[in-house]
Design a protein around this ligand. Structure first.
Ligand code: MRU
Length: 369
């Protein structure tokens, strides 16, 4: 996607051909800054501190992190240690384990002398796969927005989304926002309700920033406003992303997604989830019981970061000093609340049969990635 008219991806090989350039998402929307990763440790740190975030982008960064590790030491021990270090950075998005597994499978059988070139080639392949996957999700999802537009000629289709599942969460195009961008570019009138997405405000900071940069009409709302808007008929459909979806169609996504799905169900509003193949955990059947939910530092709840009136970016305490806080980063929306899954292969019901109709090669239950 373009930033100030210049095409960018969230991650790419730097001009030197070996280090990795990322968009630093911790400084957005106040400053657009690129950051260079030159070591495994820097890649792991970038994932941990959420300079890169969003399930597909975490996977792509882990793949490049493996390439950086192999460049400095291509031995078996180094490969395994790098996969362990990267694998421990964040627990919920399955894309991380998926990408590490692909890298290990590609590299382990090779002679040590062949591993550096192969690691970079595989990392680039994983990133390119994400770009094409997200593009295809948009192509399938745009049909839903076209149908919604036909039901209300001359009025914008009203989409509600949660967190950031736009191009910043992926290598390019996004998952939930890919259909939105394709609809906008095709001239379908559209408006997006953007949940601010406490505590880290990925909606207010990142989704709003990228929609604004592309010119898509949008409005940031408090996380608790969605149900009210749905009761007033101001939402035609919800589309969110996912960090891990089970083979049975349970959807784990940013905390607060479940409440939106409940409100959508109560109001008869379609609730779709955009799911790249890399976010499906074929080894799990029960999302609530089995998906590890990341708990992050409580200061993300008690403090907020923003730009003060003098232009300075500051972090301030918003809670009562000393009150304990808890920071659950994700929740699980059971499949019964999900209208459909928008994948790169098409749209299917949120169920094992639905997913297997698109991915028949997964009929045999697989072990965890
Ligand atoms: O904690 P984050 O920002 O890495 O959260 C992940 C997300 O961006 C969302 O949950 C998103 O909807 C799924 S990733 C496309």
């Amino acid at each position: 996607m373009n930033v100030h008219g210049v095409p960018y991806r969230t991650i790419r090989l730097a001009g030197d051909g070996w280090s990795v350039e990322i968009i630093d998402q911790t400084t957005l929307p106040h400053r657009f800054e690129l950051h260079r990763l030159a070591t495994l440790e820097q890649a792991a740190q970038a994932i941990k501190t959420m300079q890169v975030r969003g399930a597909p982008l975490i996977g792509a960064t882990a793949a490049y992190g493996m390439a950086l590790a192999v460049r400095s030491n291509p031995s078996d021990e180094s490969l395994d240690a790098a996969a362990r270090a990267l694998g421990q950075t964040r627990p919920t998005a399955v894309n991380l384990a998926w990408a590490l597994d692909l890298m290990l499978r590609a590299l382990r059988p090779l002679a040590v002398s062949k591993r550096v070139a192969a690691a970079y080639a595989k990392a680039v392949e994983i990133a390119e796969d994400d770009v094409e996957t997200c593009r295809a999700i948009g192509q399938h999802g745009v049909a839903l927005l076209r149908q919604a537009a036909e039901l209300k000629p001359g009025e914008p289709v009203q989409v509600l989304t949660h967190c950031n599942a736009g191009w910043l969460a992926t290598v390019d195009f996004g998952t939930a926002l890919s259909p939105v961008y394709q609809a906008f570019d095709a001239g379908i009138p559209i408006h997006v309700w953007v949940d601010e997405t406490r505590p880290r405000n990925q909606g207010a900071a990142l989704t709003a920033w990228e929609l604004g940069a592309h010119g898509v009409p949008h409005t940031v709302i408090a996380d608790s406003a969605g149900g009210h808007l749905m009761q007033r008929g101001a939402v035609d459909l919800c589309i969110t992303g996912t960090d891990r979806t089970t083979r049975t169609g349970d959807v784990c996504n940013k905390i607060g997604t479940y409440q939106k799905a409940l409100a959508a169900k109560d109001n008869g509003i379609p609730f779709y989830v955009a799911v790249p193949h890399s976010s499906i955990d074929w080894s799990l059947t029960d999302g609530i019981a089995d998906i590890p939910i990341e708990e992050r530092d409580a200061t993300e709840v008690t403090h907020v970061t923003g730009r003060a009136s003098d232009g300075e970016v500051v972090t301030i305490l918003i809670g009562s000093p000393g009150s304990p806080a808890a920071n659950f980063a994700f929740d699980v929306t059971p499949r019964r609340l999900v209208t459909g899954l928008i994948t790169e292969r098409g749209i299917c019901p949120a169920s094992e049969a639905g997913l297997l109709s698109l991915y028949p090669e997964r009929a045999t239950v697989s072990s965890p990635p």
